[in-house]
Design a protein around this ligand. Sequence first.
Ligand code: AMP
Ligand code: MG
Length: 342
Amino acid sequence: MDTLLLKTSAEDIELAASFIKEGGVVGMPTETVYGLAANALDEEAVKRIFEAKGRPSDNPLIVHIADFDDIEKFSLVSKVPSVARLLAEKFWPAPLTIIMPKSENVPSITTGGLSTVAVRLPADINARRLIKASGCPLAAPSANISGSPSPTTAMHVYNDMKGKIPAIVDGGECKVGLESTVVSIEDEVVTVLRPGGVTVEDLKAVYDKVEVADAVLNKLKEGETALSPGMKYKHYSPKARVCLVRGSDKAFRDFVNKQNAEATVALCYKEDEAFINIPKISMGSKADLEAQAHNLFASLRMVDELEGIKTAFVRCPSQEGLGMAVLNRLIRAAGFEVIDLD
Ligand code: AMP
Ligand code: MG
């Protein structure tokens, strides 16, 4: 199969939508990461997403809509909980996914067999144009091969998906650069299952009962059931070993400078660069969490593009604001391997 690289003109969006209407899978830009989009209500189409990604079938997909009213129009849920309505009103369109009780209309393959469905109204205008043109809600996981870093440019998608899908809509670099915040609502308590572009602080500013699931920053315990199936998989990893390093500026720089420069790369802050004499990739300024989120996956992909690199030592980000989302991805990329220098 040829994979077309489309732009965002009206004709190109229509062409991409025509593939989706035929049950195909298309690379879709969003403000978080690129998605692999297909009709969420068409079992065969959704099956093709799982095949293209090599995704485990128990890992449910997020259903993307173009308007709040699409929830009712496509009868996606059995009920919109009042707290879900409040969050949708305050944040959508946004990188925020809300889990709600699913209706019969949503095939079980889309929700990985769960009785709930994850719904998001993306901020990216081209994502919404594609959803509208397709005339259906779009199930779309990140458009990478399962387990590898998520794609934040159309070329990342092309590298992973060429020959497997008919088209990719190139909407430029993803603004946020990491996946949406996923929340569930139980007994009026909002639980963050995956941190993302809408921060815990943002949620707490509009609602007082917000918790963070333990598995966001900690390894699932032996026998513990994941609240969100995605929590249990190793994820976001380049082929090289990734290891998080926690410590002061000086401790981190001294540590990486002692490593073998032929086989090691440091993922560091802009301020570290001048003090590091092994290969290095800057993720942005220490205080600029938005830049770190934006550059995270491209930096992880770059690790494998460097010749001979076996290990990437990554500076552990702050846990505040968007930092929690960056740390959540990095700690999974590292398979929970963390070195404490202090
Ligand atoms: P991705 O498609 O790569 O953005 O990942 C979607 C994330 O949302 C995964 O971590 C899923 O496990 C999670 N998710 C999707 N649907 C549900 C659901 N119904 N209940 C809990 N987690 C969900
Ligand atoms: Mg993913």
